[in-house]
Design a protein around this ligand. Structure first.
Ligand code: GTP
Ligand code: MG
Length: 613
């Protein structure tokens, strides 16, 4: 066994040196754990005597020693004080600290690999020289490229089993390079190693004098570390909004973990997709001094200089940023599907992207391939289990996101089907929609609408008024409801055909899988819109109130009410950014006054004709 030069070993403990996450992948039994064990042992990461101890234990139990055992033996010690999951190990070189993630090779665990690899900057892919390229060797190679991991080294392992043959190595290299080129991965280094014997891991091997490239360790140190997260564009996915509990304190704390960049008190911020803006007043964090600045990785809360009503799931960014996220409801993405049921077009799934939760539909499968066979199929209309596919997705409401190239934290997502993560993906491109699924739905709906003999004019004549969907919006306040209900009362007393129903009434029968607040809201708005379409068709003046509605909610309601029209009345602060309400009642001194204003609006719009108060 070769000895390690003292200069290669870093003596200190984990420091605030540069840190790099790498993932190790490969077919079952090709030697991932052995590579890791070996790296731990040969970089001096192991505590004194650990290697001998494990070897002794093996001897005692008449069990052949495996470097892989070191991983288990170390688990307790390495996890002290640091939260780690079982798949990670640490080792260090002079240059930097490494966290190596062991992604299981079994197909069933591929979805773990999506999340495991998601946090890696570089990858080692292990192929057994004797067994050659296997199903997972290809699958994992494709996945790495799909996940946007550009720095990859291929370790051709167990060279001792093929007599350290250059021919075997070259043949395998050629075959796998052809494959990599097909999936557009280039410039990948191949290193012949024997993990068990320690050849070419840390020092160049005497057994393979024909090889003069880099060792695994020097290759790792050669990987380029991307800019630290705190230097990237600022992204803060809003996880929660807390209200201060003290009375008369209507401040709110906007809480979450900074995904990228940094921010300070006084910075102007923009919330997306709602486009609301404000300025940072304070940075609150648990158990620490008051902060002036906060950056990537920190879990913090912000208070704002103006009172804003936003929902969790919004993305807070710096207003003057030159790299704003995209906002849209269509995007192209690469996904890997692990769901038991295939992903199909006519179904709504749940998308999780940073803190955003949205319902999402598959619009188009551009191309899909079986990750192991790599047979490209362009005609498929669904994404089957273990397919890697380039697809177009559409969310019900616009969301804020980045492409994976721009920013990884907000360019990655998972898709949930039936409570389970069924797929993972990365956003490739923002797509301008031409015909949204919603618009198509409305067209289809109107086409099949089965009308009776009575037309709108007849109903208007009978009712002596037109139908209308009147929506009261604004930040949470009690005045809205009273005005809306009083409006119903007064119109009713004048023999108008009118009906009030609050948004919460629609909760009934909402599916169990859409209980999360945002999806619930999305679904409520959708149902309300469909309902409004029917009720206004009956000739009714249908009145509702929605707390904290945003521009997109109104847009969706408008579309769903078509061909009937809606009138929007805001009470207090509207909470809308671009959308201009038909009537704005800023201050409510008395309900009667406010109701009168709404009635005037309805008269002005000729919904109600002669009206004597
Ligand atoms: P899974 O975690 O089950 O996917 O396997 P793995 O990829 O982690 O493989 P592991 O490191 O456990 O190695 C599998 C077997 O291959 C073990 O018995 C190792 O001793 C053996 N092995 C690993 N590297 C070498 C090598 O360089 N030469 C030889 N001859 N055997 C090796
Ligand atoms: Mg293993």
């Amino acid at each position: 066994m070769k000895r390690l030069g003292a200069t290669d070993i870093c003596e200190e403990n984990m420091t605030d040196k540069e840190q790099m996450n790498i993932v190790i992948v490969g077919h079952v039994d090709h030697g991932k754990s052995t590579v890791i064990g070996r790296l731990l042992a040969d970089t001096g990461t192991l505590p004194q005597g650990k290697l001998e101890f494990v070897k002794q234990m093996c001897l005692k139990n008449a069990k052949p020693f495996e470097y892989a055992f070191l991983l288990d033996a170390l688990k307790d010690e390495q996890s002290q004080g640091i939260t780690i999951d079982t798949a990670r190990s640490f080792f260090k070189t002079k240059k930097r600290d490494y966290i190596i993630i062991d992604a299981p090779g079994h197909i069933e665990f591929l979805k773990n690999m999506i999340t495991g690899a998601a946090r890696a900057e570089a990858a080692l892919l292990v192929i057994d020289a004797k067994e050659g390229i296997k199903e997972n060797s290809r699958r994992h190679g494709y996945l790495l490229s799909m996940l946007g991991i550009k720095q990859v080294a291929i370790l051709v392992n167990k060279m001792d089993l093929v007599d350290f043959s250059e021919e075997v190595f070259e043949a395998l290299k050629k075959e796998y390079t052809t494959f990599l080129n097909k999936i557009d991965v280039r410039d990948v280094d191949f290193i012949p190693i024997s993990a068990r014997e320690g050849d070419n891991l840390v020092t160049l091997s005497g057994n393979m004098r024909w090889y003069s490239g880099m060792t695994v360790l020097s290759k790792l140190d050669n990987f380029v570390h991307e800019a630290p997260d705190e230097q990237k564009s600022f992204r803060f996915p809003v996880q929660d909004i807390y209200k201060f509990t003290r009375e008369e304190d209507d401040r709110r704390i906007i809480a979450g973990t900074i995904a990228a960049g940094s921010i300070g008190i006084g910075d102007n911020v923009l919330f997306l997709p709602s486009r609301k803006n404000s300025r940072i007043k304070s940075i609150e964090s648990f158990n620490t001094e008051k902060k002036e600045m906060a950056s990537a990785g920190e879990a913090v809360g912000f208070t704002l200089e103006t009172q804003l009503y936003i929902r969790s799931g919004e993305l807070m960014v710096l207003e003057n940023s030159s790299h704003l996220p995209k906002i849209g409801n269509r995007f192209k993405a690469n996904i890997f599907w692990v769901g038991r049921a295939p992903m199909i077009m006519d179904k709504t799934y749940k998308l999780k992207l940073a803190a955003t939760r949205a319902s999402v539909r598959l619009v188009e499968v551009k191309q899909s391939l079986d990750a192991s066979e790599l047979t490209t199929v362009n005609t498929k209309k669904q994404v089957d289990r273990h397919d890697v596919a380039e697809c177009v997705f559409e969310t019900a409401k616009p969301i804020a996101f980045d492409t994976i190239e721009d920013l990884e934290a907000t360019g990655r997502f998972v898709i949930v089907d039936n409570y389970e993560i069924a797929g993972g993906g990365i956003v490739i491109e923002n797509i301008q929609e031409n015909e949204s699924i919603l618009k198509q739905h409305i067209k289809d709906r109107e086409n099949i609408w089965d009308k009776g003999f009575i037309d709108t004019i007849e109903r208007e004549k009978r009712n002596k008024h037109k139908s209308k969907f009147v929506v009261f919006v604004g930040v949470e306040n009690a005045a809205k409801q009273s005005i809306a209900k009083q409006l119903e009362r007064e119109l009713f007393d004048k023999d108008h055909n009118v009906y009030y129903m609050g948004l919460s009434s629609i909760d009934h029968g909402l599916d169990a899988d859409i209980k999360s607040y945002d999806l619930n809201m999305e679904e409520k708005v959708r149902r309300l819109g469909e309902l409004a379409r029917i009720l206004t068709d009956t000739g009714l003046i249908f009145i509702t109130t929605i707390d904290n509605a945003d521009d997109y909610d109104i847009e969706i309601l408008k579309l769903l009410s078509e061909p009937n029209e809606i009138s929007v009345v805001s009470v207090g602060e509207s909470g809308l950014v671009k959308f201009k309400p038909d009537l704005e009642i800023k201050e409510v001194s008395n309900t009667e006054e406010a109701v009168k204003k709404v009635i005037n609006l309805l008269m002005h719009k000729e919904v109600i004709l002669e009206y004597y108060l």
